[in-house]
Design a protein around this ligand. Structure first.
Ligand code: PXP
Length: 243
């Protein structure tokens, strides 16, 4: 089924990045979560990293207590993160690859190559009623792997699209579009995210099968100039206009 209202999940990790730079409690990601709701965001996304460089364990509990919006927890497929997810029971968990030395999540999860490692994680999250998503490259092999794992959702890594230009960007967009259609045809709900901005979001938002975009760094960066509420509202508007 094709949904025409594209959901916007706002990744508030980098509010915590700024807070942590001074080691205090300002700016508070809980306050950001409240702004997301006011601005028309549909969900809160947070990545609890192994090194806790931005969002911390206590933030998750505070955000869940303060916000009525669904929480999408991005997590590595480790026993530690699984235990935390099962304790907090977010609405959704997006399994991402994680390397300590990376600046951000640089590529998609190798769901095809890591079936045996991912299968128990997907099963335990699903058994707890958490909607599992796999952050993968827009790639046939990875979609087939997600089907085999029984993941109800995949999130396509849009980094290759966001970083390309001209014809190469058009090719990456076509790839996203084809893979969104393939996922939907096979009963998987496709989402997308990474590197999306006011300038590049609309062609992605126009892909009819996509149900949700998760956007963080640009929205928080733009908030410096126009405020968080205005930044989210503008993204929401651009997404709606693209449909
Ligand atoms: N989706 C996933 C799974 C991510 O890991 C990230 C980055 O943390 C995003 C979306 C958001 O990417 P960006 O911060 O570039 O908007």
């Amino acid at each position: 089924m094709i949904s025409h209202r594209l959901r916007l999940g706002v990744n508030i990790d980098h509010v915590a990045t700024i807070r942590n730079a001074r080691g205090g409690d300002h700016p508070d990601p809980v306050r950001a979560a409240e702004v997301v709701a006011r601005a028309g965001g549909d969900g809160i996304t947070c990545h609890l990293r192994e090194d806790r460089r931005h969002i911390r364990d206590e933030d998750l509990a505070r955000i869940q207590a303060a916000s009525a919006l669904p929480l999408n927890l991005e997590m590595a497929a480790t026993e530690e993160m699984l235990e935390i997810a099962l304790r907090h029971r977010p609405h959704a968990a997006c399994i991402v690859p994680e390397r300590r030395e990376e600046r951000t999540t640089e590529g998609g999860l190798d769901a095809a190559g890591q079936h045996n490692r991912l299968a128990p994680v997907v099963a335990r999250l699903s058994d707890a009623g958490i909607r599992v998503s796999l952050f993968i490259a827009p790639d046939v092999r990875q979609i087939e792997a997600a089907m085999l794992l029984g993941a109800p959702v995949v999130e396509f890594h849009t980094g290759d699209y966001a970083h390309a230009e001209g014809e190469q960007q058009a090719a990456q967009l076509q790839r996203l579009s084809d893979m969104a259609a393939l996922a939907a045809k096979n009963g998987i709900e496709p989402h997308a995210g990474h590197g999306l901005t006011f300038d590049n979001v609309q062609p992605v938002a126009a892909i009819p099968q996509l149900a949700e975009l998760n956007i963080g760094h640009y929205l928080i960066g733009e908030a410096i100039f126009c405020g968080l509420e205005a930044s989210i509202m503008r993204m929401r508007e651009l997404m709606d206009l693209a449909r």
